[in-house]
Each structure stands twice: as structure tokens, then as C-alpha cells.
Design a protein around this ligand. Structure first.
Ligand SMILES: Nc1nc2c(ncn2[C@@H]2O[C@H](COP(=O)(O)OP(=O)(O)O)[C@@H](O)[C@H]2O)c(=O)[nH]1
Ligand SMILES: [Mg+2]
Length: 272
């Protein structure tokens, strides 16, 4: 859907989502560069504005969920999660779904992943176009441990069209904001219109227009998926070819050594 407003390169509106204790408030403080969000749970959304490297930022911190099933999350918390999008009008450019990772904790279970998915969907099925899975490393982790956690959240990442980010420390803020700007650019500058306004907007549209928009959006998603699958296949093919080529070079080198030693067997002594 067409939107206006200033470029996300210099103005970003972000909502942080995640279970209680995921690290949302701490992350918000890191993004804004001050301790302005309390890290204890308060049950209400909080909005703060700030700046990072010339970019104007609006960050909405939300209360998290603490039950694995969305059905058991108190209605008040669900309403706050839905309200979060209205606290940064005309709507957030990005929803950051925070998943904590730590050497000492178990990776998110399948039920936790499902729960995260259902909580994001409270903001409407359109929310996924604007969501990035954000892994927050709570301690030093090696790459293979991080990879394992990323694999465990593949279903969520797929819903986000492959978008995820690994946040290890404050120095990653600039790259994270760039990732948000890239996603917004991919979405042609669109942001998530809060559901209440979207419904109002749907009512005012001439009949058939909403269906047409949905059809185009669906087609766009299909094309993006096809494109991603093609890229993945090309990458796989390229890797296979690379391994084959590496093997051929190795074979050639070892063959060469053998050839050299075989030919030296026919040389007269001290002739090398
Ligand atoms: N070691 C470490 N602890 C963190 C980090 N981020 C958050 N925490 C801790 O995790 C707990 C929950 O963080 P908080 O930001 O309040 O989570 P929220 O409930 O999602 O807002 C707090 O005790 C934080 O100090 C981090 O990057 N490293
Ligand atoms: Mg918090």
C-alpha cells in the first residue's frame, strides 16, 4: 500500500516485541543510547524518541508475554501489544521480534516459537512484512551455537521472508538500523498501518479495491519467495561447484606431486 512520510534512512519507527525477559527494554536503551526504559516489567507500552548517527528514532517498548500459549496471555497484555502500533503513528516501519540466546539457556522450544508467531499475528497478518527476528546474545557465543539457535527459529524467519539479525553488543546498533532501512526500502517505504485504521480505510475503499490490493500483495509475496528459492538454489549450486573445483585442484596438486616423484624415479642420481 502506498505511503508517504520521510525516508527511513533518517526517520525510523520501531516496535519491540518478545516474551518477558527477552531483553526488549535493554535493547531499546542500547538503540537510544541511554537508560531510559526501565528493565522491569510494567505491563504497559512505553514510547521514547531519540537519535542515532543523525537518524531520528521512535522506539516503542511493549510488555512481553509469559505463557507459551497466546490463549493464556492476559487480554490486557494482548491489547497493549496491539496498541503498540498506534503509539508511533502513522505506523511502525519495523517490528523487532526479540529472541534471547545464551550459552546457559535452552534454545527456544517449538511451542515458544509458535507462541511468538501467534503474538506477532495479533498485530494482523500484515505484520510479517515488517518483522525482523532479532536474536539478542546475552553472553559471548560461538558461531556454531548461534547458528543452531537461528536454525531452531527457521519457521519464524521464513515468515519474515528470511529476515533476521544477530545483536551481540552496542556496536551492532548501526547495522541493525540499516537492516530496518533496507527492509523498509524493500517494502517501498511502507509501514504497518495499525489494524483499527486499516479497517476504517478498507470500509472507505470502493468495492473490490481491497481484494485487488490483497491479490497484488499475495502475488508480490509469491514472486519474492520464488526469487529467494532461486537465489538459494544458485548459492547451493555455486557451493557444489566450488567444492568440486577445490577437489579437482587438490587432485591435480597431489597428482602433480605423484607425477613429479614418478618422473624423478627415472632420473639419474643427483640430477635434480
Ligand atoms: N548479560 C546480559 N543480560 C541482559 C542483556 N539484555 C538483557 N539482559 C538481562 O535480561 C533481563 C531482562 O531484560 P529486559 O530488558 O528487562 O527484558 P524485557 O522483559 O524483554 O524488557 C534483565 O535482567 C537484563 O539485565 C544482555 O545483552 N546481556
Ligand atoms: Mg521490558
Amino acid at each position: 500500500m502506498a505511503t508517504g512520510g520521510s525516508s527511513t534512512q533518517d526517520d525510523q519507527r520501531v516496535v519491540l516485541l518478545g516474551k518477558i525477559g527477552a531483553g526488549k527494554s535493554s535493547l531499546a536503551n542500547k538503540i537510544l543510547g541511554h537508560e531510559i526504559f526501565k528493565t522491569e516489567e510494567i505491563g504497559l507500552c512505553r514510547r521514547k524518541q531519540g537519535e542515532h548517527a543523525g537518524r531520528k528514532l521512535t522506539v516503542v517498548d511493549t510488555p512481553g508475554w509469559d505463557r507459551v500459549s497466546v490463549l493464556r496471555t492476559p487480554e490486557k497484555i494482548k491489547q497493549e501489544i496491539i496498541r503498540s502500533a498506534t503509539l508511533c503513528l502513522p505506523g511502525p516501519h519495523a517490528l523487532l521480534l526479540v529472541l534471547p540466546i545464551s550459552m546457559h539457556d535452552q534454545p527456544a522450544s517449538a511451542n515458544e516459537i509458535k507462541s511468538a508467531s501467534h503474538h506477532v499475528a495479533l498485530l494482523s497478518h500484515r505484520a510479517w512484512r515488517h518483522t525482523i527476528v532479532l536474536f539478542v546474545c546475552k553472553d559471548e557465543m560461538d558461531t556454531s551455537a548461534i547458528d543452531q539457535q537461528v536454525q531452531g527459529a527457521k519457521k519464524l524467519i521464513d515468515k519474515c521472508e528470511g529476515r533476521y539479525f544477530i545483536f551481540q553488543n552496542e556496536s551492532d546498533v548501526t547495522a541493525l538500523l540499516q537492516k530496518i532501512a533496507d527492509m523498509a526500502e524493500e517494502n517501498h517505504g511502507d509501514f504497518l498501518i495499525p489494524q483499527v485504521y486499516y479497517e476504517e480505510f478498507e470500509k472507505r475503499m470502493p468495492s473490490g479495491t481491497v481484494e485487488q490490493i490483497e491479490m497484488y500483495e499475495k502475488r508480490e509475496q509469491e514472486l519474492k519467495q520464488q526469487y529467494r528459492r532461486k537465489c538459494e538454489k544458485m548459492e547451493l549450486d555455486f557451493r557444489e561447484q566450488f567444492v568440486k573445483l577445490e577437489q579437482e585442484i587438490n587432485d591435480y596438486k597431489t597428482g602433480g606431486t605423484m607425477r613429479r616423484s614418478a618422473s624423478s624415479a627415472f632420473l639419474p642420481p643427483n640430477s635434480e
